[in-house]
Design a binder for this molecule. Structure first.
Ligand code: GRF
Length: 186
């Protein structure tokens, strides 16, 4: 599930994770990434970004679509829509996310900017199970990334993403293995 440049998606594909479907909530480069890799892409385009967005309706459609494709594990890779209860109920504990900060610090959309504004010397990334509460849920893996003198949001985010592109596929593979063996995620 992606909404952006799709570089995390590329890293998942590169690691050989068997992706049955890529879903996007807007037209974005991730669609091209999926196409280039020969993976079916389903654009569940979100037309409404206003406060009255029907999050539950969207999440219900999304869960139905994933169900049709026989999806067992949902991997968010920069997906820009917060999912409602219908999605979490359909995939309990089976939605993973990567967040560009060391949770529980700097939750939310501006994690990299917030870390910079706070003046921390170290931030990083977190792979976790997504829950209804944004950026909560079981932490599966974390790695620290230094904030360097002169960093701006984009340079710091890029350094974090370089780590995410290694840590996320590695963690997803680990989760897949545990699920296949009938073991709990952690
Ligand atoms: C990553 O930093 C991820 O943690 C965040 O969105 C970014 C996605 O990057 N949720 P990309 O679009 O895959 O390059």
């Amino acid at each position: 599930m992606a909404s952006g440049t799709g570089t995390i998606l590329e890293s998942l594909i590169g690691a050989g994770i068997p992706l049955a479907l890529v879903m996007v909530d807007r037209h974005c480069r991730a669609e091209e990434v999926a196409q280039a890799a020969g993976i079916e892409c389903y654009p569940l385009i979100r037309a409404d970004f206003s406060p009255s967005f029907d999050r539950e309706g969207y999440s219900k459609l999304l869960a139905e679509k994933l169900g049709e494709y026989g999806i067992e594990l949902v991997v968010m890779a920069g997906f820009g829509t917060i999912l409602g209860a219908s999605a979490h109920d359909a995939f309990p504990g089976r939605i993973l996310n990567t967040h560009p900060a060391l949770l529980p610090a700097f939750k939310g959309w501006h994690a990299v900017r917030d870390a910079l504004d706070a003046g921390v010397k170290v931030t990083g990334c977190t792979v976790h199970v997504a829950t209804l509460e944004v950026d909560e849920g079981l932490i599966l893996a974390q790695e620290a990334v230094p904030v360097l003198e002169g960093d701006d949001e984009s340079s710091l985010h890029e350094r974090i993403k370089a780590v995410e592109r290694r840590l996320y596929p590695q963690t997803v593979l680990h989760v897949v293995e545990r699920l296949q063996n009938g073991e709990p995620l952690a």
